[in-house]
Structures are given as C-alpha cells and as structure tokens.
Design a protein around this ligand. Structure first.
Ligand SMILES: NC(=O)c1ccc[n+]([C@@H]2O[C@H](COP(=O)([O-])OP(=O)(O)OC[C@H]3O[C@@H](n4cnc5c(N)ncnc54)[C@H](O)[C@@H]3O)[C@@H](O)[C@H]2O)c1
Ligand SMILES: O=P(O)(O)OC[C@H](O)CO
Length: 327
C-alpha cells in the first residue's frame, strides 16, 4: 500500500523473492502508467518491475486475498489511510510497516497505530527496517534489513516473502527498538546534513552519529527496547547509511537548511517524504514524556520549529555540562 520510492522498491524486492505482489498507488493515472510501462517514473525511474507486480489504485482489489499486507505511506497519513481501508483488511494477514516515523499528537509508533486502527493484535504487526536507501535497493545492490515481530512464525513468514538474492532479512523480536531506531535516525540525518552543509568534516559528523545513536538507544530502552537492537542493522546500520548518503531525503533536507532555506521552501520543492522533519516534534515529546534527554533531537527541533540557526545549535550542544559517556 503506497507506491512512493520505498513502496515501489520493496514491491520489486518481494517480487524478486518469488512473491506475487499487488501494489496500490493512490493516483489512478500513476497506477495505470506503472502497470503499463512497468516503471514508476515519478519516484524510481531507474527500476523496471517484473510481471510479478500488478499495480492498481483500487484498495479492495489490492487487499483482496493477500497473505501479507505491507504499508508504505507517509507516517503522518497512516491513521487516516487505515481508517479508510479497515473494511478491506484481510483476516489473519500480518500487517507490515515499512515506515520510519512517530505519529504527531498521539506519539505512537507505526505498529501501535496499526494495532489501534486496524484492530489487530500485537502479534500480527511487523516492522521492516534497516540501511535501505530505496535507490540502491532498486539497483539491486546487496543490502540487509531487520524483520521484527513478537511472534516467531510471523517474522519468519515475512522474512521469507522478502528474501531476494540482493536483500537479506534478519529476524528480531524487538519491535519497539527497531521502530525507534528507524524514526530517530532521520532526525540525526537532518543534523548531519546541516553539518555537511556548513563544511564540517568527519569528526563532527561521527560525533553527531555516535551521540545520536546514544540518545536513540536511551529513548528506546526507556520504552522497553533491547539495547542490542541499536547495535544492529536498524540501529547503527541505518544511522550510517542515512547520515552518510546524499541519497537520503533527510540528509538533503538538512543540507538545504544549512543554505538558509526555510522548511516551507524545502518541502515545496520535493514530492518526497523527509520523515524527520515532522517526527522530530513527536520524538522530542515522546522523550520528554519518559524523561529522556535527547539534545540533538532538541537542537534539530529548535532549528526546524523555533527559529534557531544551525550555529546556535552547535553552540548549545558544545556548551552542555560534561558527563559520562555512558549516561
Ligand atoms: N525511500 C527510502 O529510501 C525509504 C527506505 C526505508 C523506509 N522508508 C520509509 O518508508 C515510508 C514511505 O517512504 P517513501 O520513500 O516511499 O516516501 P515517498 O515520499 O517516496 O512516497 C510516499 C508515497 O505515499 C503517497 N502518499 C502521500 N500522501 C498520501 C496520503 N495522504 N495517503 C496515501 N498515500 C499518500 C505518495 O503518493 C507516495 O506514493 C517512510 O516512512 C520512509 O521513512 C523509505
Ligand atoms: O531518504 P531517507 O532519509 O528517508 O532515508 C531512507 C531510508 O530510511 C534509509 O534506510
């Protein structure tokens, strides 16, 4: 459900894993164009889909008879989308989140929104996350990801359905940690994009990435995550990929901020979702609700929503009181 960059690339992954896929596209004209040309020109023009992928804009047709329901819409529209789709959701099928965000207002993770709106039990929701820049996956460059779900049978089923020659899924029972890692790395990537834009080098970006991972793990553990998850693909793996790549929309958004562009200007110039821009606020509120200190997220939030400059953020971060690395 969703034919943006990742929805389309993941449809190709599943097809290359031998799974028949029906991909739902919101706009009928795009669905028709992809079905006919086998190419999603709006999001991933370099990828040619095989005949295993059928494309439709009809929700009932997309969900009818499906064994696994994969969701790849922007995090902030998921609730509204699911409310409209509820009656078509197939009985018993696992619901898989490809999304990396935290809902504004409710501060819920995507699988929590899925459980609530689709009225499915916690053991039916799954998250797939890792260092998976859509363009590289679409180019079939080898990569791996984490498939996290509380029930062994559910995570194995989803892992099997997406195990392609160039895409290696690992399983993990830690849904909370996998989702928190995916959502927070987008905010850290915004900060690294800004640092690059300001001409900072590897020491600065490695510091942001490492301390960013520390605050991500701090939040995850406070919410019940397994600390080991943050050392894995969804944690350090995705942090490295997103923070270091110019293909990352969050990184690009950070670069544009460092050039003095406004959030509105940057948002208007793209059809792509940089999840960290909105989730920054919900992550900060979530952290405050469990008394977790997230200074980098706080700094990015201050730039995006409170009118700070990147220089002010640097000064604030560097003048914090000294503390143990372990805290
Ligand atoms: N692109 C990547 O490399 C990548 C990799 C892993 C995870 N993700 C995550 O996957 C999720 C989807 O990202 P994407 O890259 O496919 O985004 P995208 O911006 O490329 O595409 C978003 C899709 O959602 C659709 N959409 C927009 N508003 C909608 C609405 N109100 N209702 C339904 N559909 C709507 C768009 O038409 C588009 O098809 C995000 O949470 C992102 O963080 C992306
Ligand atoms: O382009 P971004 O910044 O949304 O990042 C894409 C993926 O999440 C990388 O794993």
């Amino acid at each position: 459900m969703g034919s943006g960059s990742w929805g389309t690339a993941f449809a190709a992954v599943m097809a290359d894993a031998g799974t028949d896929v029906t991909m739902w596209s919101r706009r009928p004209e795009l669905a028709e164009a992809i079905e006919t040309t086998r190419v999603n020109d709006d999001y991933l023009p370099s990828l040619r889909l095989t005949d295993r992928v059928h494309v439709t804009s009809d929700v009932a047709e997309a969900m009818d008879g499906s064994d696994i329901l994969v969701l790849a819409v922007p995090s902030q529209t998921l609730r509204e989308n699911l409310e409209g789709w509820r009656e078509h959701i197939p009985d018993g099928a696992p619901l898989v989140s490809l999304m990396k965000g935290i809902e504004l207002g409710t501060l819920k993770r995507m699988t929590e929104v899925m459980e609530e709106v689709a009225e499915v039990p916690a053991d039916r929701v799954v998250v797939v996350s890792g260092p998976n820049l859509a363009k590289e996956v679409a180019d079939k460059q080898p990569a791996a990801a984490v498939v996290a779900a509380s029930r062994h049978g559910v995570r194995s089923k989803v892992a099997e359905a997406c195990a392609a020659p160039y895409f290696r899924p690992y399983t993990n029972a830690d849904v909370v940690g996998t989702e928190i890692a995916g959502a927070v790395k987008n905010v850290i990537a915004l900060s690294v994009g800004m640092a690059h834009g300001l001409g900072m080098g590897e020491n600065s970006t490695a510091t942001l990435l490492t301390r960013g991972l520390a605050e991500t793990a701090r939040l995850g553990v406070a919410l019940g995550a397994d600390p080991q998850t943050f050392l894995g693909l969804a944690g350090v793996g995705d942090m490295m990929a997103t923070c270091s790549s110019r293909l990352s929309r969050n990184h690009q958004f950070g670069l544009a901020l460092s050039e003095g562009k406004t959030v509105e200007e940057i948002t208007a110039a793209t059809n792509q979702t940089a999840e960290g821009v909105k989730s920054c606020r919900s992550i900060l509120e979530l952290a405050r609700s469990v008394h977790v200190d997230m200074p980098i997220v706080e700094g990015v939030h201050a730039i995006l929503h409170e009118g700070w400059t990147p220089d002010e953020m640097v000064r604030a971060l560097m003048s914090r009181s000294r503390k143990s690395e372990r805290v």
